[in-house]
Design a protein around this ligand. Structure first.
Ligand code: ATP
Ligand code: MG
Length: 357
């Protein structure tokens, strides 16, 4: 049986491996700094759990394999400049933006983009890192070392944030998960809820937007598209060519999780429309110590990544699937009592999203 090698050995690689077990597909996450080269066979395939990687002996070996799926798409999407160009070329709406080159002035930004503008480093940003707000009211200046390294985009006064995850097979067949409402605090995904009946009217639009991208790129596997909702409009925030945190709930709440969908697609196995089981909630564990009492909450499905705990670091998540009774709120209340105080607003946000679902 051929293997699926994953460039990277973080939690996403581990979750791909976990999901592949019932498929009897051997998924092997690879530490890019390992001194040992992977024993690649010609019939194996290679995928990645990250968009960008340094050149190391291991990444060189993987990138030279002829079956590295989507290889040339990673670099194109990892650079916000080329990602925005792609979105523009396909007529997909994004926040109005510009490249921060050597000549761009602050007054040009404020007059052409708006008086609140967000600079984002072209590469390497995540969890809100690599961002810098420019505000006309504060007479903000572009730091010299951001020139040629960043784009700048309009600050969007959005109603809420959401994401859609889709999967495409080698022949171009596509399936989508429902739009997922997300809560970002300090630029970091903290909780998500799906599906919501009130977002159903945006589903077809979101699917056609992401579908257009998947087809244009001849993409194989799972991709995520993060959006801002402004009224009935979806504005694309960013794309991720990989399994994505906003769809971790699919482990508990879908007949085929995003991880299994990705493995099936890259391994050339059949895909199917994932059936969604009830209403789903995911809460990210950020910089929180492991607490065994989470496992005693009825309905909770904790997933602990086994990483060292550092402030703000993603160390696990907890899924809940709602089967139509009041157990979900009960479980969330129990969890609230066990998490640090800063989670109060997170659980309140989740509970109000659930109440109007
Ligand atoms: P990720 O961890 O998802 O990769 P990131 O650090 O790459 O995140 P973005 O997703 O671009 O960066 O931004 C993080 C968050 O910052 C968004 O989820 C949103 O809350 C806020 N944000 C980003 N762009 C804008 C914008 N143009 N206007 C207003 N808020 C924004
Ligand atoms: Mg994001």
């Amino acid at each position: 049986m051929s293997k699926v090698w994953v460039l990277g050995h973080g939690q996403l690689g581990a979750m791909l491996q976990h999901a592949a077990m019932p498929l009897d597909v051997d998924v092997v996450p690879v530490d890019i700094d390992s001194g040992e080269l992977p024993d690649l066979q010609s019939e194996d395939v290679v995928t990645a759990e990250r968009e960008l990687w340094p050149q190391t002996p291991v990444t060189d070996a993987l990138a030279n394999h002829p079956n590295f799926i989507n290889l040339h798409i990673f670099g194109r999407l990892a650079d916000r400049y080329t990602q925005k160009q792609l979105l523009d070329d396909l007529g997909l709406k994004t926040a109005p933006w510009k490249l921060v080159d050597a000549d761009l002035t602050e007054s040009q930004i404020f007059s052409e983009i708006g008086e609140r503008a967000l600079m984002k480093r072209r590469t390497g940003g995540y969890d809100g890192k690599g961002q810098f707000w420019l505000r006309q009211s504060e007479d903000s200046k572009i730091p010299a070392d951001w020139r040629n390294e960043a784009i700048v985009e309009q600050g969007i006064d959005f109603d809420e944030e959401m994401a859609i995850v889709g999967v495409r097979d080698r022949k171009g067949k596509k399936f989508f998960y429902p739009l997922t409402l997300t809560l970002q605090l300090n630029g970091v995904l903290t909780a998500s809820v799906a599906p919501l009946a009130r977002l159903q009217k945006l589903q077809a639009k979101a699917e056609s937007m992401l579908g257009k991208l998947l087809d244009e790129l001849d993409y194989v596997g799972v991709m995520a598209m993060e959006c801002f909702r402004v009224g009935d409009e979806l504005i694309v925030n960013e794309l991720a060519p990989r399994v994505h945190n906003t769809a971790h709930w699919t482990q508990a709440g879908a007949s085929v999780s995003q991880f299994e969908s990705h493995v099936r697609a890259v391994a050339g196995m059949p895909l199917a429309q994932p059936q969604v089981k009830g209403l789903n909630v995911m809460i990210n564990l950020l910089g929180t110590e492991r607490d065994e009492r989470w496992w005693a909450i009825s309905g909770a499905e904790p997933y602990w990544y086994g990483k060292g705990v550092r402030e703000g670091r993603k160390v696990g998540h907890i899924n809940f699937t709602h089967s139509g009774d009041d157990k979900l709120i009960q479980g969330l209340d129990e969890l609230k009592a066990l998490l640090p105080e800063r989670y109060e607003e997170v659980i309140d946000w989740v509970e109000s999203a659930v109440a109007e679902a």
